[in-house]
Design a protein around this ligand. Structure first.
Ligand SMILES: [Zn+2]
Length: 283
């Protein structure tokens, strides 16, 4: 889990106006001709969203706005699809995000409404409520925002996910296979609520199961290097190699990415470094 640069608000009002502008489709008028006062009310909801760091609240649902306005904003989100008049929202948010900020496994392919579109209609086209996620994370994330603080997802734009190392991996070699289990390190210097929320995300998005699949693929790519360094420098060589590779992956991704976390756990596994890797790495 990692933070992403917070999108600019410069175009928020322009996007909103474009999303709801009126037009006629197949003889039916669509969109909504909003007054400036109504636009100001939506922008005030954006302000409240930013100030509250995207935490769900009744006020953000815009109950005082006319239903037609809320529905028009909701439908306006469809224009962010490729080829739509608001496609630039999508391309701008996706640009430069190589991997899903939650799992770090796959590239983001979808925009997730941090606060769900169906309940929080005024925020349907607000860039800061739209987070690039991979398909699997987006689909596993609930379609409703939890009231329970320990079950609230981190906001990759508005919250600071701790800088400290908090993801932990335990590795065991059993029955010719490597079993890695990830959790949130109880000793990590983070607030108890932050710990609970991180654990919730790990569980909710089934990251353990998903990392297990990735680990096998990744370790295959390291098999030759581990073997060679063991041949020339023994267990210490393997340990040094794994730690050096962990530093590379950490810089390339981030501190709490599953790859450096797993490499450091393997470096701490005396048996793996001392030749047991042969049982789990492909020949
Ligand atoms: Zn993901």
């Amino acid at each position: 889990m990692r933070t992403l640069p917070c999108p600019s608000r410069d175009e928020a009002q322009a996007h909103l106006l474009r999303a709801i502008e009126t037009y006629v489709h197949a003889g039916i008028s669509k969109g909504y001709a909003a007054s400036q006062a109504e636009i100001d009310n939506v922008i005030a909801i954006y302000d409240a969203y930013d100030a509250g760091l995207g935490v769900p609240s009744e006020a953000l649902k815009g109950g005082e706005l006319l239903q037609q306005l809320r529905d028009a904003i909701y439908s306006g989100y469809d224009f962010t699809q490729t080829g739509g008049k608001l496609a630039s929202i999508r391309s701008t948010l996706m640009a430069g995000v190589e991997l899903c900020p939650i799992c770090g496994i796959a590239p983001p392919r979808q925009l997730d409404h941090h606060l769900p579109r169906s309940d929080y209609r005024p925020l349907a086209v607000y860039s800061r409520n739209l987070v690039p996620l991979c398909q699997e994370c987006n689909q596993s994330k609930s379609k409703s925002a939890a009231d329970e603080p320990a079950q609230q997802f981190f906001h990759p734009y508005l919250e600071n996910i701790p800088d400290a190392l908090f993801l932990r991996a335990g590795v065991a070699i059993e029955g010719g296979g490597l079993i890695a289990t990830f959790d949130i390190d109880p000793a990590a210097p983070i607030q108890p609520l932050v710990r609970e929320r991180l654990s919730f995300v790990l569980q909710r998005l089934k990251l353990n199961e998903r990392y297990a699949r990735e680990i096998n693929i990744y370790l295959t790519s390291q098999a030759t290097a581990v073997r060679m360094v063991f041949g020339s420098a023994g267990a210490d060589g393997v340990r040094g190699y794994l730690l050096a590779q962990a530093d590379v992956e950490s810089r390339q991704f981030h501190l709490n990415h599953w790859r450096p976390v797993m490499l450091r756990a393997l470096a701490a596994h005396a048996g793996f470094c001392n030749g047991e890797f042969a049982a789990v790495l492909p020949a």
